[in-house]
Design a protein around this ligand. Structure first.
Ligand code: COA
Length: 473
């Protein structure tokens, strides 16, 4: 049979295709911009017919119907990256969360989670009978190869990408044709704070560097500061729209890379039509499975790798919390540690953790004496090197505990420095800064420290026996 006959013989409706799913099955589905909603909808609309089916998925853009109350006993989401759509379900036990470095996820799924069914979204077949996993190769292609049953939504909007992103029609069980626009990650407006952070990050980037950038305000702000650079490369688990203009202008040309030279290497594309149009049929962009893209050994084969990732909290020792807020799962480690380690191992490489100095509209400091109880350390202190906020750059490797703490205090928001200084004194039993340094670095802050000290003395005085308000009345 020629590939066209094979394809036709496997072409069914979504209703027909999902009959292959049995009670008790584990089903791994494509995520992000490549989530096969055309097939998932069929399961969701008929959820009562299914029992104890586990859906394994990294990240859904938008609503996650698997987390609805009525799904209980029918479908359970086992999520690999928490998001607004499932955070509550994870914290209340409705959904499961599995933690893993991104480069290990394909192996973790195959060895430990062991799904029987894979549901993916692909482009229509080319003239040789190959479909492309388009925006979403990461764990999706590798686990599709592993599963007994592979159902593909064939969508004309899915870009056809190069790299290790194709599979022949003979390797699928069913095809369901369903054309619908892909979920999008729209560009966000870059704030002034993010712009300042972007500037500091860009000051650590040299011509010819090979970059890993995530998505969101900070990576976009970094991209906005790269217009005076040349010969940059990209080897990144994912990118958003932010890189497209730089690629089109030739600022990113991948010329200096040691592996996949002249090629942008990604595990997934996480943007809007702008990015999808750019990667479609573009041989200069390669999507590869994540166990290749994010493998620290592969990352380090390129020289001068610069990784830029964000976080929620850093303590004074340099421990980085990026995926939990106390006991609540906020996101996941993703490829943060993969790239921090890959960049560190790369000849001339640098890893950057970049974040605004505060959170919750400026009410709390992200630089803290001790991480919030219940939070998990995402990137250990021994891995962390550059930490960037809108107040500057703290370089941590090779620094003593005291030096680390001082460097971090100096990039914290000035309004939280007095508190951090006091915590420093409590921990190390000495003043962190000389009078001269205080004058230089903390214009106006010395007074704040003194004020805070007075306040603590006052609080302590009130707590002393006989000094409470009642006894003084
Ligand atoms: N305590 C409590 N809340 C905090 C907080 C803290 N320490 N830090 C941030 N928040 C809040 C923010 O205020 C914000 O809430 P709000 O919108 O109500 O103000 C919310 O959490 C999100 O913070 P923000 O910094 O804007 O998040 P982000 O969208 O920039 O994502 C990470 C930052 C760290 C969550 C994200 O980059 C991530 O998940 N990283 C780990 C994975 C990774 O690095 N992968 C590799 C690259 S893709």
């Amino acid at each position: 049979m020629g590939w066209k006959d094979i394809y036709q013989s496997k072409l069914v409706t979504a209703q027909e295709a999902v009959k292959a799913i049995r009670d008790g099955d584990k089903v791994v589905t494509g995520f992000g911009c490549g989530e096969p909603f055309g097939i998932e909808r069929e399961l969701i609309n008929n959820y009562e017919k299914y029992h104890d089916v586990e859906i394994i998925n990294m990240l859904t853009l938008g609503d996650s119907p698997w987390c609805r109350e009525e799904m209980k006993g029918h479908f359970t989401l086992n999520c690999l990256f928490a998001s607004p759509s499932n955070r509550k379900a994870i914290s209340t036990g409705i959904s499961e969360f599995t933690t893993s470095h991104f480069y290990e996820i394909p192996e973790v799924i195959k060895t430990y989670l062991r799904p029987r069914v894979s549901i993916v979204m692909v482009s229509p077949p080319d003239e040789h009978g190959y479909v492309s996993f388009g925006t979403t190769v990461d764990y999706t292609r590798g686990t599709a190869e592993y599963c007994e049953v592979v159902i593909a939504q064939v969508n004309k909007y899915m870009p056809r990408t190069f790299g290790n992103s194709i599979m022949h029609v003979r390797d699928f069980t069913y095809f369901v044709e369903c054309d619908e626009k892909l979920p999008e990650v729209k560009g966000v407006e870059i704030s002034d704070t993010e712009m300042k952070i972007g500037k500091y990050c860009a000051s650590l980037i040299n011509d010819g560097d090979c970059l890993q950038l995530g998505i969101g305000g900070i990576p976009n702000a970094v991209c906005a500061q790269l217009w005076d650079k040349k010969d940059l490369g990209i080897h990144s688990e994912l990118v958003g729209d932010g890189v497209v203009d730089l690629l089109e202008a030739g600022i990113i040309n991948n010329k200096k890379k040691q592996t996949n030279r002249y090629r942008t290497v990604l595990g997934a594309a996480f943007g809007s039509e702008k990015l999808n149009n750019y990667i479609n049929n573009n041989p200069s962009v390669e999507l590869h499975p994540i166990d290749y893209v994010n493998n620290p050994i592969e990352i380090a084969k390129n020289d001068n790798v610069v990784s830029i990732n964000s976080c929620l909290q850093v303590d004074l020792l340099g421990q980085v919390v990026s995926d939990t807020v106390g006991l609540n799962q906020f996101s996941a480690v993703g490829g943060q540690v993969d790239f921090v380690r890959g960049a560190t191992m790369s000849k001339g490489g640098r890893s950057i953790i970049a974040m605004p100095s505060t959170a919750k509209k400026g009410l709390i400091s992200r630089i803290v004496p001790i991480i919030t109880e219940g939070s998990a350390v995402t990137t250990p202190r021994n891995d962390v090197n550059f930490v960037v906020t809108e107040y500057g750059i703290a370089q941590l490797k090779g620094k003593s505990l005291k030096e680390r703490a001082k460097a971090l205090i100096l990039i914290s928001h000035p309004k939280f420095r007095p508190h951090l200084v006091i915590e420093y004194i409590k921990r190390f039993n000495e003043e962190p800064f000389s009078k001269h340094e205080l004058r230089e670095q903390f214009v106006g802050v010395k007074e704040q420290i003194e004020e805070r000290r007075q306040q603590i003395r006052e609080d302590l005085r009130k707590k002393l026996p006989g000094n409470d308000e009642k006894s003084t009345v």
